[in-house]
Design a protein around this ligand. Structure first.
Ligand code: PLP
Length: 467
């Protein structure tokens, strides 16, 4: 990526506080480090560390960042555990069998949570995040499709994948990188995610699968997974096409099992072939960690699994990535043991209470309209009321930024590009007190916004939200 000022800053060296050099002239930085080249020689660790901390100070305060789904707080014990094993390469299962064993335990734990038919024999793996997990899920769907009828493949048939237009960008990447045609179901009216009938209508004999999202990054709503499966059952009865479903439960995979146990969205539905979750979202681990499980061995074509023996022992791998620290997996195991089922229910329940409370408070301000209420994912989207003409969501986002809050504003995708929203993501560490502070700050800036004669900012001034 190009630097923001077209390369001018590249020629300027890194700015070093003179104190860092002077504090310890013997080991301080004697020459100023260049910006884009390695410095000529080494410098003292303490000085370099101070220099870097100084630069990183400009990052935002993660606790006030309501844009991201990704974990920004863990217990000190988890920190220590992660730091202590960051030198272990997860893929080196022969050298680090104990770390590997913890990964092997997490997979069936998720299998139980997601009601796999035979949870103790769950088939799955950890990944860098949901993006990698989704690539793997999509690849398995594509390979199963190719297997079903090799003649069709030879004839040059192009595979397609059906999903809502609200899917996270990783699915567009999957389709792009693996040459699968994306069939995106647009939003319509108040339907801001995939509709069951609309999904089935777009399927044909070359559909490798349907992606259902639990829940949508756009507004926190759960897609109707059971409804999608029922529509595909009817389709199969009519046409004989058997279309599997992958559930992208990046966030909901660690929410629904605890807060909505009666909602049937997981492996209880026979059509659900695979499910992914981000361990670094509501699994409450620092980035990067994801998981994917397949319902059984049949759902994961065996020829996608590679065996390597050059690390000692036979290691089966089905990942895009190879070497990676074991810290995140161990931290996930820590969270599982630390919280247990009841602990997770309590933490996620508190988040839902904070989200619904905050949504209600914002509604009570009188000039916003809620699109969702934080009662599915602890996430909600809202827009300005119909009678609000002097400011828009982008103005609100900008003004909140002045108080340190990061609340992204963006336009919905087709066919609701006319709808511009703000979104709040509640994560562990965001308390009811902080929520009340946000409402106070929002209330405090309304008089200023009302004094504007017209909206000032627009979509081009928006901050990104695709976390
Ligand atoms: C966050 C998210 C992803 C991507 O997940 P990463 O773990 O950040 O790679 C994919 N799908 C959905 C629905 C998400 O919310």
């Amino acid at each position: 990526m190009a630097s923001r000022d077209g390369g001018q800053s590249a020629r300027r060296p890194v700015w070093v506080n003179p104190l860092f050099g002077a504090a310890d002239p013997a080991s301080g930085i004697t020459t100023v480090p260049p910006r884009h080249r390695l410095p000529d020689g080494p410098a003292a660790p303490a000085t370099v560390s101070r220099l870097i901390r100084d630069e990183l100070m400009l990052d935002g305060n993660p606790r006030l960042n309501l844009a991201t789904f990704v974990t920004t707080w863990m217990e000190p014990e988890a920190h220590a555990l992660m730091a202590g094993i960051s030198d272990r390469n997860l893929v080196d299962r022969d050298e680090y069998p104990a770390t590997a064993e913890l990964e092997r335990r997490c997979v069936p734990m998720l299998g139980h949570l997601w009601n796999a038919p035979d949870p103790d024999a769950s088939v799955g793996t950890s990944t860098v995040g949901s993006s990698e997990a989704c690539m793997l899920g999509g690849m398995a769907l594509k390979r199963r499709w190719a297997r079903r009828d090799t003649g069709r493949r030879a004839a040059g048939a192009r595979p397609n994948l059906v999903m809502g237009v609200n899917v996270q960008v990783c699915w567009k990447k999957f389709c792009n990188y693996w040459e699968v045609e994306p069939r995106l179901v647009p939003m319509r009216g108040d339907r801001f995610h995939l509709g069951a009938e609309e999904a089935a209508e777009r399927c044909d004999e070359n559909t490798i699968g349907v992606v259902a999202v639990l829940g949508s990054t756009m507004d926190g709503s759960y897609e109707p997974v059971a409804g999608v499966c029922a529509a595909l059952d009817a389709l199969e009865e009519r046409t004989g096409w058997s279309v599997p479903v992958h559930v992208d439960a990046a966030s909901g995979g660690m929410i629904a099992p605890f807060l909505d146990p009666d909602l049937v969205w997981d492996f209880r539905l026979p059509r659900v072939a695979s499910i992914n979750v981000s361990g670094h979202k509501y699994g409450m681990v620092y980035p990067g960690l994801g998981w994917i499980l397949w319902r059984d061995r049949d759902a994961l074509p065996g020829d996608l699994v590679e065996h390597v023996d050059y690390l000692g022992g036979d290691v089966a791998t089905f990942t895009l990535n190879f070497s990676r620290s074991g810290s995140q997996v161990v931290a996930q195991y820590y969270n599982f043991l630390r919280l247990g089922h009841a602990g997770f229910s309590e933490v996620q329940g508190a988040l839902r209470r904070v989200a619904t409370h905050l949504a209600g408070q914002i509604e009570d301000l009188g000039c916003f309209r809620l699109l969702t209420r934080g009662d599915q994912l602890p996430v909600f989207a809202f827009t300005t009321g119909d009678d609000v003409t002097r400011f828009n969501v982008y103005d609100v986002s900008r003004r909140l930024r002045e108080w340190g809050w990061l609340v992204p504003a963006y336009a919905f995708p087709p066919d609701r590009e006319d709808l511009h929203v703000l979104r709040v993501v509640c994560r562990n560490g965001f308390s009811l007190d902080l929520a009340d502070r946000l409402v106070d700050d929002l209330r405090g800036l309304l008089p200023w916004l009302r004094r504007q004669s017209a909206p000032i900012f627009g979509p081009d001034d928006a901050t990104s939200f695709h976390h």
